[in-house]
Design a protein around this ligand. Structure first.
Ligand code: SF4
Length: 98
């Protein structure tokens, strides 16, 4: 059995930048912050069906955000799809959108 190949990335040339679609989200670039009210969630999984990038069901059947922040364009639709109103979405500046 062979060891997995390790890919070493060459150093970035001075003056070059990472393309926007390959950057990791940072405090400045995060599009949306999400919260799930556990007391309201009834595990109907509409959010997971609409935006599986941002939501998952936990072991107890309650939705959990996959991260505190997401750049997924589906997160607002997922929040609106929640029949319990259990999801809140905020923009990067903290303004509540849903
Ligand atoms: S759609 Fe709402 S009630 Fe259903 S799992 Fe997601 S947060 Fe919970």
């Amino acid at each position: 059995m062979c060891a997995p190949a390790i890919r070493i990335r060459p150093p970035r040339r001075p003056g070059t930048t990472v393309p926007a679609d390959r950057r990791r989200p940072t405090e400045e670039t995060v599009a949306y912050r999400i919260q799930v009210e556990r007391d309201l969630c009834s595990g109907l999984r509409a959010c997971v069906d609409v935006d599986p990038v941002s939501f998952a069901l936990g072991g107890d059947g309650i939705a959990v955000p996959r991260a505190d922040a997401t750049d997924s364009g589906d997160v607002i639709e997922a929040a609106r799809a929640c029949p319990m109103g259990a999801i809140r979405v905020f923009d990067g500046a903290g303004k509540q959108l849903v």
